[in-house]
Design a protein around this ligand. Structure first.
Ligand SMILES: Nc1ncnc2c1ncn2[C@@H]1O[C@H](COP(=O)(O)OP(=O)(O)OP(=O)(O)O)[C@@H](O)[C@H]1O
Ligand SMILES: [Mg+2]
Length: 459
């Protein structure tokens, strides 16, 4: 994308203005030539069809290679980035040789199409010069003949020859630019393909502002699938009263994260509805809706910047004391202080300079700092040791008192004192209730719960 946009940019800022200059000079020169001698002008104009023919032939040949070059350039860059990004995986599976081979293949293709397209566009200029010179000779011969017959003055021939020179130069420039335009067309095609992707549905024009959030959430026959014909959430219905701590449990791939994404409106349900405080989430503006939720996701999201900036992201105006207090609540303060630069430690691009658990704690601290009316924790403490997890839970319990929260966890021991447990399987609620009632029922949840402890015993 970067290459393609760059190519289009360069054409628009350079070649296009050159093109206009060239066309205008050709027209001006033709007018001046006719004013001197129409016979000689006709000879000079013979250059045009010959040039056109040559340009057409070369452009037709090179167009294909330009398209390929643009595509292979994208592939090569993509391959390089991927290899750098997954460096550890490559090493772990001894994939160096394979990767080098892959790269050489992509690079070879790029090399092949690049030299062909560059060669073809390279011979354009000398060829045009040659045609121009042949025309020049023709003009000189006709001019000499006319001068001998005394139909034109010597000075006119002199002037005319100058014009022929400034006639062929812009023509070869036009030829050159038409080559660049080929490359641009290939690049623009790829850019527009991307731009034509479907847009997110716009917010409702008369979007409602959430009042003082109570935190009631209701799923009404919500149905959703990422891909057409492949339902992930089927007819999901449940009511969550304000202030409840709701746990969502279920096997991997059951649709727990999907449910949370629907709640935050990263996707819209295909039928049914999700209501927050009695209002369909589609009637809120997305930004207002998301303000209601604090979210700690399964895949921790931190950016390249200081720890302080990362924590402040949820509440830009927060004072240093507030940030430290949030970090303490998330039990990450002592980790941060262990770094030589403390809160000013810069997280690198891939955030590989801190551990997975520390990342999770940082995202929790960020959510605590943002102090949202509702909180969603998706496997937020899965990489944290069990002792710290219990401590965080206590902090969370205090923080979330009286606020609605959704907690997704695989370690069932961590959610046993949730107010309400939704048990999901294959995109549907198979059971719901408190830990005690579900255990007493002896159904799916009891099976899940017991299996976690059976494993421990048999181990
Ligand atoms: N972006 C996506 N495009 C297509 N299918 C998806 C996408 N994200 C998830 N899925 C599919 O939707 C189903 C539910 O995924 P989801 O992430 O909600 O599971 P989960 O319950 O959160 O699982 P886990 O416990 O592993 O986090 C899975 O079968 C998955 O393959
Ligand atoms: Mg998930």
């Amino acid at each position: 994308m970067t290459n393609d946009v760059d190519t289009v940019n360069q054409t628009l800022s350079q070649s296009l203005s050159q093109m206009i200059t060239s066309v205008v000079s050709v027209l001006g020169v033709i007018v001046m030539m006719f004013s001197i001698s129409w016979q000689m002008t006709l000879v000079a104009l013979l250059i045009l069809p010959v040039s056109m023919f040559l340009i057409r032939t070369i452009v037709n040949l090179s167009q294909r290679y330009f398209k390929e070059q643009q595509q292979y350039l994208g592939n090569a860059n993509g391959t390089i980035e991927e290899m750098f990004g997954s460096h550890a995986v490559v090493k772990a599976f001894n994939g160096e040789e394979r990767n080098i081979r892959d790269f050489e293949e992509v690079n070879g293709k790029l090399y092949g199409s690049a030299w062909k397209s560059q060669f073809l566009s390279g011979i354009m200029m000398p060829m045009m010069n040659f045609v121009g010179n042949v025309g020049y000779v023709g003009v000189v011969i006709v001019g000499g003949y006319l001068a001998a017959k005394k139909t034109i003055e010597l000075g006119d021939i002199q002037a005319f020859i100058q014009y022929v020179r400034s006639f062929t130069q812009p023509i070869s420039q036009i030829a050159n630019i038409s080559n660049v335009l080929q490359q641009t067309a290939a690049a623009a095609e790829r850019v527009f393909e991307f731009l034509e992707e479907d847009e997110e549905a716009p917010d409702a024009a008369d979007a409602k502002k959430p009042e003082k959030a109570r935190g009631a959430v209701e799923f009404k026959d919500a149905r959703f699938g990422y891909l057409e014909g492949k339902t992930v959430i089927s007819d999901f219905s449940s009511t969550v009263e304000p202030g409840r701590r709701v746990a969502i449990v279920g096997p991997t791939g059951a649709g727990k994260t999907t449910l949370v994404k629907l709640l935050m409106r990263f996707y819209d349900v295909q039928s049914g509805a999700i209501l927050v405080d009695g209002v369909d989430v589609r009637e809120y503006a997305r930004s207002d809706l998301r303000k209601l939720f604090g979210m700690v996701l399964q895949d921790t999201w931190l950016f390249n910047g200081t720890i302080m900036d990362n924590l402040r992201y949820g509440k830009p105006g927060a004072s240093e004391e507030e940030v430290v207090a949030a970090a303490k609540a998330a039990h990450v303060d002592h980790f941060i202080r262990a770094f030589p630069e403390g809160y000013q430690t810069v997280l690198n691009e891939e955030t590989t300079n801190i551990s997975q658990g520390q990342k999770q704690l940082l995202t929790i601290a960020r959510a605590i700092l943002a102090d949202p009316p509702m909180l969603i924790l998706d496997e937020a403490t899965s990489s944290v040791d069990t002792h710290t997890e219990v401590l965080i839970q206590k902090a969370m319990n205090a923080l979330m008192k009286g606020r609605t929260s959704f907690i997704i966890a695989h370690r069932l021991s961590t959610i046993r004192d949730a107010d309400w447990i939704l048990v999901m399987d294959h995109g549907d609620i198979v059971e719901q209730g408190t830990h005690e009632s579900l255990m007493a029922a002896g159904g799916f949840y009891a099976g899940l719960y017991n299996s976690q402890f059976e494993k421990l015993e048999s181990a």
